[in-house]
Write a protein that binds this ligand. Structure first.
Ligand SMILES: [Cu+2]
Length: 159
């Protein structure tokens, strides 16, 4: 093989390798929801009772982080939305810390848990509730605040 042919092959190998990498190393994005007063806050927007916060840029494998600073009590729980309110809690949507996959076959979100850590799902908490978007997630999932119920609604949705 001529040295030019060898060099050309090396360039191709480098190019194919570089193209393959971003796909393999595709990042799991983290979507952080926080609060302001008695509203959810995401990407600079605030929820109202009439307009749920829309977290609509999720991908399978991404993380949703609900971060609560304390002060006003808040919590996160998935719901079946009812019009008119009150909506019903829908606990089956989240596989929480300490629960077995077999106990929640309808789960579409999985709480990320440190070893032995208690769940922050469906309770008032201070700190972070971290959820992974499972590959079973398809249709939008509604949620509300454990404390403020339908006054603090939101929706999780794939991009
Ligand atoms: Cu609240």
């Amino acid at each position: 093989m001529s040295s030019i042919a060898v060099r050309t092959s090396l360039v191709w190998i480098a190019l194919v390798g570089a193209l393959a990498l971003p796909q393999a190393a595709r990042a799991q994005d983290t979507h952080t929801i926080t609060v302001q007063g008695i509203a959810w806050k995401y990407n600079g927007k605030l929820s109202t009772a009439a307009s749920p916060i829309m977290v609509d840029d999720l991908k399978i494998g991404d993380f949703v982080e609900v971060t609560l600073p304390g002060g006003i009590p808040h919590g996160f729980v998935t719901i079946i939305k009812k019009t008119p309110p009150p909506s019903d809690k829908f606990l089956d949507a989240v596989l929480a810390c300490g629960e077995t996959p077999a106990s929640k076959p309808k789960a579409v979100l999985k709480e990320v848990c440190a070893a032995g850590a208690a769940s922050n799902f469906n309770k008032i908490f201070v700190g972070t509730l971290k959820l992974e978007v499972m590959n079973t997630f398809t249709t939008p999932v509604d949620f509300f605040c454990v404390q403020h119920k339908d006054g603090m609604p939101g929706t999780l949705k794939l991009k």
